[in-house]
Design a protein around this ligand. Structure first.
Ligand code: FNR
Length: 367
């Protein structure tokens, strides 16, 4: 169908389910075991209600904000996903770079260690040097590989490193396990990888299960770039991250693809920020969140609770797989419009006005 006929992010998902190869659909859409966390990630947003302010002049609304010291047009970003060529075999992650940078609204892009294209190709595909691209780091047991990655990331001008810590081994994604993985879309650094039980198992050999807090402290010494820990799932670990002085954390359970029955990140966020405030740690690190975000209203809820930036994974994969860079650009535009509409109806003009008093959280804990 004509791209203009699509109304929201769910339309991309439905279309992707119809046209993707079985291998791509099973890898992209799958989540761990009963997929309960995957569903709850999204459902938890439905347990938060707004308390809109009326009679506010909302002719002008401004969706811009800052993340990790950089100005950004929108409070959301494309989160890292491996193997983007499974769905877009020609252009892969390069089309995400273009879709994020060519439109009137620019959107930050996080690039996976297990990208199908090389880092250099993806950076060169970005239409502007100013475009914000971050690197998502999976740490290899051979630390010289990791050191080389960090120096490439610095040389190529990426703006931050997100170290993923929720995947000491990749989760059991049963849909994916039904499909043999052996593919031209394999990451550059893992050529000829294959596994009879799916893409996730093939990729998991790259990741070092012995990673600890001490390693994070070491990475901080190795680079001047901001370091963000991706995959924090409890308040205690946010406090630890603040203590070792990282620049941020992503509250994330990897889109429900790792430990099934991990809590929805929005619930963890609602607990975290009040505790950080109480301990005067709220300006020590930036809190990001991802998992189950599909609407502008979801984004505003997370921002009201204190998130700096909100990540989306699957929706951009689907948009890119169905329409390439035009799909990514359209998805960014859809979300931006939804954020603007919701800001007007909520009675705020700027992102910094968002706060927990605009929310009713009384149903959040109930399941
Ligand atoms: C991911 N995610 C992910 N995260 C990461 O740190 N490195 C990676 O290589 C990948 N790869 C990946 C592949 C696929 C197919 C998916 C769906 C997800 C997790 C991703 O960054 C993010 O945390 C979730 O996708 C967020 O959930 P939603 O938006 O997909 O619900």
């Amino acid at each position: 169908p004509d791209l203009d006929s699509l109304i929201n992010l769910y339309d991309f998902e439905y279309l992707a389910s119809q046209i993707l190869t079985k291998q791509a659909w099973c890898y992209y859409s799958s989540a761990a075991e009963d997929e309960f966390t995957h569903r709850e990630n999204h459902a938890a947003y439905h347990r938060i209600f707004f308390k809109p302010r009326v009679l506010v002049d909302v002719r002008q609304v401004d969706t811009s904000t800052e993340m990790l010291g950089q100005k950004v047009d929108v409070p959301f970003y494309v989160s890292a996903t491996a193997l983007v060529k499974l769905g877009n075999p020609q252009e892969g992650e390069k089309d995400i770079a273009r879709g994020c940078g060519e439109g009137s609204v620019k959107c930050p892009q996080m690039i996976s260690t297990l990208a199908s294209c090389s880092l250099q190709e993806i950076v060169e595909a970005a239409p502007s040097k100013e475009q914000i691209q971050w690197f998502q780091l999976y740490v290899n047991a051979d630390r010289s590989i990791t050191d080389k990655l960090i120096s490439d990331v610095e040389r190529l001008g990426l703006k931050a490193i997100f170290v993923t810590v929720d995947a000491p081994s990749l989760g059991r994604r049963e849909k994916d396990m039904q499909v043999k993985f052996s593919s031209k879309s394999a990451p550059q650094r893992m050529k000829n990888t294959s596994d009879a039980r799916g893409a996730s198992r093939a990729l998991s050999t790259f990741i070092d299960p012995s990673l600890t807090w001490d390693d994070i402290i070491e990475f901080k010494k190795k680079t001047k770039l901001p370091i963000v820990i991706k995959g924090i799932q409890r308040v205690e670990d946010v406090l630890k991250a603040a203590e070792i002085g990282v620049d941020g954390v992503v509250l994330s359970n990897h889109g429900g693809r790792q430990l099934d029955f991990a809590r929805p990140p929005i619930e963890v966020l609602a607990e975290t920020v009040p505790i950080l405030k109480e301990k005067h740690l709220d300006d020590k690190l930036e809190i990001f969140i991802d998992g189950g975000v599909r609407r502008g209203t979801d984004i505003l809820k997370a921002l009201c609770l204190g998130a700096k930036g909100v990540g989306l994974g699957r929706p951009f994969l689907y948009a890119n797989s169905c329409y390439g860079k035009a799909g990514v650009e359209r998805a960014v535009q859809m979300l931006t419009e939804e954020v603007e509409y919701a800001m007007r109806l909520l009675g705020v003009n700027s992102i910094k006005e968002l706060n927990p008093e605009l929310l009713d959280l009384s149903s959040l804990g109930s399941r």
